[in-house]
Design a protein around this ligand. Structure first.
Ligand code: NAD
Length: 480
């Protein structure tokens, strides 16, 4: 039984009230560890440590901060296998994915922001004719809170922490209680890399208690949150009267729009991935597939054929394409949505049921599922499922598909498959999302702004946007 601890003021420690939560292994459905059920008092300890560390860290020269971040990246890479095994076991994702995507990206987050901070500059404005100059100082905020979800555990946790500490803040962070393991391992790496105590404090526990205490804490000046839209709305409500700075990365219901003139083979291969990577548990997955009528039947046949080749297996199977869903609750939610879709007249073209894996009968496995629908208004096309479920629909015209793509409360990302440049320009301009991929999916450049519109969030992460979020601009005007 693995028992993990909070990482506060550079030390691992038990929760003050000695409360613990069970941690489940999605592959087997068994409890395999315990994590702190941290209270307000634990968050208080973390905030105190962060406040004490702030003076020193915010005055540490940029080059020194940068070196520490890059060292953290190196150490994550040196421990790639240990991190990947922990991530795969905790989350249920295939080990191949944790080794090739999740952990390398966590290292990249630290390396990227370690370098980005050395290039971060602010503006100056000469007030010509008034003998004055204005310049902008970008000051670290102080103590900030980072709260992350379970789907890409270390990847998204570090996507917040790295820019926050690069910019000179001290952090109180909480990973999802469903996937706490790699965040736990990160504490030791930070100590070894020479990150001063108190700069990063990791507190484990439930959202409604530990997370809530972070959001409510008067000395935490900014919250960077990734998770569900409902949780984001609640956090906004709690934080608003305290005028906290907020960055909210929330849910999605992303359209994948396929025109007949696309590069078909590339589109087919990528669509399998954009539908079912990480068991469909990526906020960017294209869960609503719209196909131009002239190729609809061909696509349907080919897509089903390709999806039927995917192997659902236990996470440590190197040949697994899909592993286990993250939890019993999530798995039940996905199965419930399949029933909702059926009751609405959706036709199951593939999957739709639990997957039985020999030797892992109590794990949370699900077949990749394709559902044909005849209206974008149905619940399965309007609500986020966050699992290995996609819907298929045909369309006749550009106007029709654009209307359907935008007719949803979310606006995170969209994928467009076409070789028509004019159509590309028209569609990318009009799609109501924060991100549009054309003839590709989830190709990430860490310098670009990342985030959504509508119910998918407020604010942007990535590149200098993240460094702007984690700093407070101060205008200085000097008359000479
Ligand atoms: P969630 O909202 O349930 O939890 C996210 C985090 O918030 C967890 O750490 C949780 O403990 C914490 N939390 C819950 N209640 C809280 C409260 N009252 N106060 C403070 N913290 C609280 O989300 P989840 O189920 O972990 O993740 C899945 C969701 O995340 C999906 O909706 C998905 O689309 C979204 N997501 C969005 C992005 C993005 O970049 N937009 C990326 C990944 C996941």
């Amino acid at each position: 039984m693995t028992k993990i601890q909070n990482y506060i003021n550079g030390k691992y420690q038990n929760p003050i009230a000695d409360g613990w939560l069970d941690n489940y292994c999605p592959a087997t459905g068994e409890v395999y560890g315990q994590i702190p059920d941290s209270s307000k008092e634990d968050v208080e300890l973390a905030v105190t440590a962060a406040k004490e560390a702030f003076g020193g860290w915010s005055n540490t020269p940029i080059d020194d901060r940068s070196k520490i971040l890059i060292k953290i990246a190196d150490l994550i890479e040196e421990n790639l296998e240990q991190f990947a095994e922990a991530e795969s076991k905790d989350n249920g994702k295939p080990i191949s994915l944790a080794l090739s995507v999740d952990i390398p990206r966590a290292a990249s987050n630290f390396r990227f922001f370690g370098n980005a901070i050395t290039q971060f500059a602010s503006e100056s404005h000469e007030s010509v004719g008034q003998n004055a100059i204005n310049y902008t100082l970008r000051k670290p905020i102080g103590v900030v809170g980072c709260i992350s979800p379970w789907n890409l555990p270390l990847y998204l946790f570090t996507w917040k922490i790295a820019p926050a500490i690069a910019a000179g803040n001290c952090v109180v962070a909480k990973p999802s209680e469903v996937t706490p393991m790699t965040a736990y391992l990160l504490g030791d790496i930070c100590t070894k890399a020479g990150l001063p105590k108190g700069v990063l404090n990791i507190v484990h526990g439930l959202g409604t208690t530990t997370g809530q205490a972070i959001v409510e804490h008067p000395h935490i000046k900014a919250i960077s949150f990734t998770g569900g839209t409902k949780t984001g709305a609640h956090i906004a409500k709690v934080a608003a009267p305290m005028f906290k700075k907020l960055s909210l990365e929330l849910g999605g219901k992303n359209p994948n729009i396929i025109f007949a003139d696309c590069d078909y083979d590339e589109m087919l291969k990528t669509t399998v991935r954009s539908s079912f990577a990480n068991q469909g548990q990526i906020c960017l997955c294209g869960s609503r597939i719209f196909v131009e009528k002239s190729i609809y039947e061909k696509f349907k046949t080919d897509f089903i054929k390709e999806v039927s080749k995917l192997k659902v297996s236990y996470p440590s199977d190197v040949k697994a394409n899909l592993g286990a869903l993250v939890s019993k609750e999530q798995s039940q939610k996905v199965l419930d949505y399949v029933e909702i879709a059926k009751n609405e007249g959706g036709k199951i073209l593939f999957g739709g049921e639990k997957a039985e894996i020999v030797g892992f009968e109590n794990g949370y496995y699900m077949q990749p599922t394709i559902i044909e629908v005849d209206s974008n208004k149905c619940r399965i096309n309007q609500e986020e499922v966050f699992g290995p479920v996609v819907t298929l629909m045909s369309f006749d015209s550009e106007e029709e598909v654009l209307k359907m793509a935008n007719d949803v409360k979310y606006g995170l990302s969209a994928t467009l498959w076409t070789n028509d440049l004019k159509r590309t320009m028209r569609m990318t301009n009009q799609l109501e999302t924060g991100i549009v991929w054309v003839n590709t999916w989830m190709m990430r450049d860490l310098r670009t702004p990342f985030g959504g519109v509508k119910a998918s969030g407020v604010g942007r992460e990535g590149g200098f946007e993240a460094l702007r979020f984690f700093t407070e601009p101060k205008n200085v005007c000097i008359k000479y």
